[in-house]
Design a binder for this molecule. Structure first.
Ligand code: SF4
Length: 216
């Protein structure tokens, strides 16, 4: 777990935002990230609950939140990044625009502020990109078979991302069809409209498609 009784020692820390007057002029990041020391303290607040409602009741992806918090508390960022990706195709999106049901479900929120789960996730994936831990995962061989994925919303993008796993296992490669002329990357019809951070990170993760009907 994080730090024993860390939740008594450290308080929830609000993530500050850029001034409104500044951010209405661009689509850049909204949050002003906490420092590594501050993130360490926030991860230390996790109680590693016997029944972690953050994981079971809060997170639709079933992210292993207590384990991830523990890894961050111990400074094991790379392993935390790997664990996050075991359940989440795009933490660069969920870490930014998810409504954080995990935090609403966190046991600490019964009589205190919850663990800062969403911002910890954001920091993990950002560090993963900066350190080069997250890379596109191209298929090693082609089977000659094809599968169509329609749409570039969350489900389509998840399939497009997972196709690499199936592909590498010898399953059919995929084609992707989007109403958008940019395909799975900047996501105009998807969940991250107007979020430049999501777009730039996700574009680096999966190969951008050059137009509708792209055959991957
Ligand atoms: S519910 Fe909150 S305190 Fe409990 S394990 Fe999850 S994040 Fe940690």
């Amino acid at each position: 777990m994080g730090q024993i009784r860390g939740f008594l020692k450290y308080k929830w820390q609000e993530v500050e935002h850029r001034p409104v007057e500044e951010r209405i002029r661009d689509f850049s990041e909204l949050d002003l990230p906490l420092t590594p020391d501050e993130i360490h303290q926030q991860a230390a607040r996790c109680m590693d609950c016997g029944i972690p409602f953050c994981h079971g009741a809060g997170c639709p992806l079933n992210n292993s939140i207590p384990d991830i918090n523990d890894l961050i508390y111990k400074g094991r960022w790379r392993q935390a990044c790997q664990m996050l990706h075991s359940t989440d195709n795009f933490p660069e999106i969920t870490g930014r625009v998810c409504p954080a049901l995990c935090e609403a479900a966190c046991t600490l929120s019964i009589n205190d502020e919850p663990v800062l789960i969403k911002h910890i996730e954001y920091q993990i994936v950002e560090r993963g990109f900066e350190e080069g831990w997250i890379k596109p995962l191209p298929a090693e061989h082609k089977t000659g078979k094809r599968v169509a994925i329609v749409g570039s919303g969350p489900a389509g993008l998840g399939c497009f991302s997972d196709r690499g796993l199936r592909y590498r296992a010898g399953q059919p490669p995929a084609g992707h069809f989007s109403r958008s002329d940019v395909g799975p990357g900047p996501l105009p019809p998807g969940p991250a409209v107007g979020c430049a951070g999501c777009a730039s990170r996700s574009t680096g993760r999966i190969r951008p498609c050059p137009g509708p009907g792209y055959d991957g």
